[in-house]
Design a binder for this molecule. Structure first.
Ligand code: C2E
Ligand code: CA
Ligand code: CA
Length: 743
């Protein structure tokens, strides 16, 4: 089977593939682009924050100096005794804990008095012995000292500021203030760095003050130290990184030896980059789809012909099934004019595809298309239903009747000359009419298919028009099929036997086994003429055939045991059974099971079935013949075969069909025909039996014409096995009587 993808689907598939590749490429580019840009942006943002903090701290130190200077000047100018002056007390009290100032105070050089707002100097504490005082006094100008750890252990200052107090050009003491460590830390802590970043102070040796980084992973410390040491040597703020973190270090802040370090986890950065890329892509995709959709909407009328073109079958350039349906629904049915829908089925397509290369098949398909198109009217549409089926619709012209269908059937059945050879194609056409048989395309198609299926297996190059009866028949067939499946298990099939009589001796020499079925499900007796064809076309014949053959074999075995000798029992074999690949083996197995001789069995095969696949038939018949089965040809005269042809097969008996027998005594034409058949059969060494003989007149004529055997109601209807035994017994008695009378 060739797989055909419609061009439209191909286009869509390539478009989607292109889109996916494009997306993948843009994702990769976008990812690296965004990653770089984001890293730069993060660095810039953090640097900005670092700068802000530096400005804030610089402002703080500057402000502190100003306050201390201002205080010193105030003390300078006061010209009064400095110790415990109430107005200074008041001034000091107003200042503590303000704007990051740890405290403001002053020391009197002459007696070491320490006037301070909120700190009670311990007994014996002499500020004049502290390094900041000694250095401050020596410098004799405003000065920033190193942070120190006070004697009072919980007091930590980041920065000590001193300013000399002079009265009448004479040094009298120092004004002093400390910048609060906590205040600076609070600033850092309040800083929102995003991305789970942290900021902290590090001294010039790279030591991090532990309390400020309680919630930061301490394993960094060594790394941080290292980085700070490197960073300190460079005057610029710079970024560097460890295995897990990105670090940013600020410049040294004026007067403060410490630096501020920012740390951002790399994982958080990657996560953000990933999310940003994804958001970007989704936006990109949405915009893309939106733009494409808008483009499609605004250009629909321009794209329609393209899509229509793409809908066409790649071989025949005909609309696909789907597109055909759309077009009929949109363009034809709304006109409400009578029309006709055709399903044109190529019966031997699978054999043709098996026998010819694809290119030849494609050429053939196009030739078929051309022939159909030639026959169609102006207002019509042809489409591809599948590789082996065409679908056509045309508006009915007045008085058309079936002229177009007849012409089309005849045109299609002509030989096709393709690729230097000749190909013969069989067609069947299912037809139904709009609006008579359906108002919508689906119903029309369904009914055309019903019409198609109603054409019997034997008929090719013909058409059938839908009738509501057809659907009823199909549902009846379905019912019978279902009932038959059950009946096989329920053993509802039984056998009857019809005697065959020798015309000359009047002897019963054989019986034909015929199947009977009373269906419990259907609650009626179904004739084999009704259910055998259904079994054949629905795949049940092989199972049913097995059931029949085994019943007959065991019946023959039983008769043999009873001492009732019937020379031959003939069984009807359908073509499906005969050609089933295990038929011969099964038959041998079954007959061996019951120990019946094949010589007692005759197989009846119709001439049409033999001609379905003559080569295979001859092969199997030869095998059967060699084993001792005899072969009868059934329904002779109803097919088209010649006796010469049948001569190549190992046959024993020829059964003339009942249609030749009816009123044989009154029809001279039939008599001539039957005479010829009998003569030819005898020439070929075949016995002849006439079927369906109902009266003595027919029987006598047959006898005159030389017919060997007779079967029919004249002698007996088909009988059950036990009735047959009685029948044979009665016949023997009357034969004896007749013999006695003659004697
Ligand atoms: P067939 O093989 O041609 O069988 C002969 C048919 O003619 C039988 O119909 C029989 O009952 C009928 N018949 C016999 N004598 C007369 C007569 O004098 N006048 C008339 N009008 N009919 C007569 P039946 O049993 O209904 O079978 C019909 C067909 O069904 C058979 O035709 C055969 O093709 C098929 N069939 C029946 N039994 C079997 C079977 O076991 N296996 C297979 N494969 N097919 C079977
Ligand atoms: Ca028969
Ligand atoms: Ca027959």
């Amino acid at each position: 089977m060739m797989l055909r993808i419609s061009n439209k689907n191909k286009l869509i598939a390539s478009f989607v593939a292109l889109l996916l590749i494009g997306l993948l490429a843009s994702t990769t580019v976008a990812y690296f682009h965004v990653k770089k840009r984001l890293e730069v942006a993060i660095q810039q943002e953090i640097q900005l924050k670092a700068d802000l903090v530096a400005v804030k701290l610089n402002h703080l130190t500057q402000n502190t100096i100003e306050q201390v200077n201002h205080f010193a000047l105030h003390l300078d100018l006061s010209g009064i005794e400095l110790e415990q002056h109430p107005s200074f007390e008041y001034f000091l009290l107003r200042h503590p804990n303000h704007n990051g100032l740890e405290y403001l105070g002053y020391v009197v050089d002459s007696d070491g008095y320490y006037g301070i707002a909120n700190w009670q100097a311990p007994a014996g504490y002499d500020p004049r012995k502290r390094p900041w005082y000694i250095e401050g006094k020596k410098a004799n100008t405003e000065r920033f000292g190193k942070p120190y750890i006070s004697v009072d252990s919980d007091l930590q200052a980041l920065l000590a500021v001193t300013s000399p107090i002079t009265q009448n050009s004479k040094f009298v003491g120092l004004a002093t203030a400390h910048i609060k460590f906590d205040y600076v830390l609070a600033i850092l802590r309040d800083l929102d760095l995003g991305l789970a970043g942290k900021a902290f102070l590090v001294d010039q040796h790279g030591n991090v003050d532990l309390p400020q980084i309680q919630d930061v992973d301490l394993t960094w410390q060594a790394e941080v130290k290292n980085i700070i040491k490197q960073g300190v040597t460079s005057s610029l703020s710079n970024a560097t990184n460890s295995s897990t973190q990105l670090f940013y270090i600020t410049d040294a802040i004026e007067h403060i030896a410490s630096r501020i370090v920012f740390a951002v986890p790399k994982a958080a950065v990657s996560q953000k980059i990933y999310q940003d890329t994804l958001t970007l892509l989704i936006k990109f995709l949405l915009i893309f789809i939106l733009v494409m959709f808008a483009l499609y909407l605004s250009n629909r009328h321009l794209l329609a012909p393209l899509f229509n073109y793409l809908e066409l079958d790649s071989v025949t350039r005909l609309p696909s099934k789907k597109h055909f349906k759309q077009q009929i629904t949109q363009d034809f049915l709304p006109l409400n004019k009578p029309g006709r829908l055709l399903i044109i089925n190529m019966e031997n397509f699978s054999r043709i595809t098996a026998a010819y290369p694809a290119t030849t098949v494609n050429l053939l398909q196009n030739k078929i298309k051309e022939r159909i198109q030639l026959q169609l009217t102006e207002h019509s549409l042809l489409g591809n239903f599948s590789e082996s089926r065409y679908i056509a619709y045309y508006q009915l012209s007045e008085g058309d009747n079936h002229a177009l269908l007849i012409a089309l059937t005849s045109a299609l059945s002509q030989l096709y000359e393709v690729a230097g050879g000749e190909i013969y194609c069989n067609f069947r056409i299912g037809v139904c009419d709009f609006p008579e048989h359906g108002n919508d395309i689906e119903t029309l198609i369904d009914n055309s298919f019903s019409a198609l299926a109603s054409i019997s297996r034997q008929h090719n190059n013909t058409f059938a028009v839908f009738t509501p009866k057809i659907n009823q028949q199909f549902s009846d067939v379905q019912k019978i099929h279902n009932a038959m499946t059950k009946a096989l298990y329920a053993k509802e099939f039984t056998m009857v036997y019809q005697p065959q009589i020798n015309s000359l001796s009047g002897e019963l020499f054989a019986v034909e086994a015929l199947v009977r079925w009373h269906s419990k499900t259907l609650n009626r007796t179904v004739s084999p003429a009704e259910f055998i064809p259904i079994a054949e076309s629905n795949g049940l014949m092989v199972s049913l055939g097995e059931n029949i053959i085994r019943q007959v074999f065991s019946q023959v075995a039983q008769w043999n045991e009873q001492g009732l000798t019937i020379a031959k029992v003939s069984i009807n074999i359908s073509p499906q059974q005969l050609l089933a690949h295990s038929f011969y083996d099964n038959l041998m197995r079954w007959i061996n099971d019951v120990k019946v001789s094949p010589k007692q069995i005759e197989l009846e095969i119709t001439e049409t079935s033999l001609l379905q696949d003559p080569t295979a038939s001859i092969a199997i018949l030869n095998k059967l013949n060699q084993c001792g089965f005899s072969i009868a040809i059934d329904d002779f005269g109803t097919g088209y075969s010649s006796l010469e042809y049948l001569n190549t097969m190992p046959l024993h008996k020829l059964k003339i069909d009942r249609s030749f027998v009816i009123d044989l005594d009154k029809k001279t034409k039939s008599a001539v025909l039957v005479k010829t058949i009998i003569a030819m059969a005898h020439n070929l060494g075949l016995e002849v039996l006439a079927e369906g003989v109902e009266n003595q007149a027919e029987a006598s004529t047959l006898q005159v014409l030389g017919c060997d055997n007779i079967q029919g109601y004249l002698y007996s209807k088909p009988l059950s096995a036990s009735d047959l035994v009685d029948y044979i017994a009665k016949r023997e008695q009357s034969n004896i009587k007749q013999l006695r009378q003659k004697a």
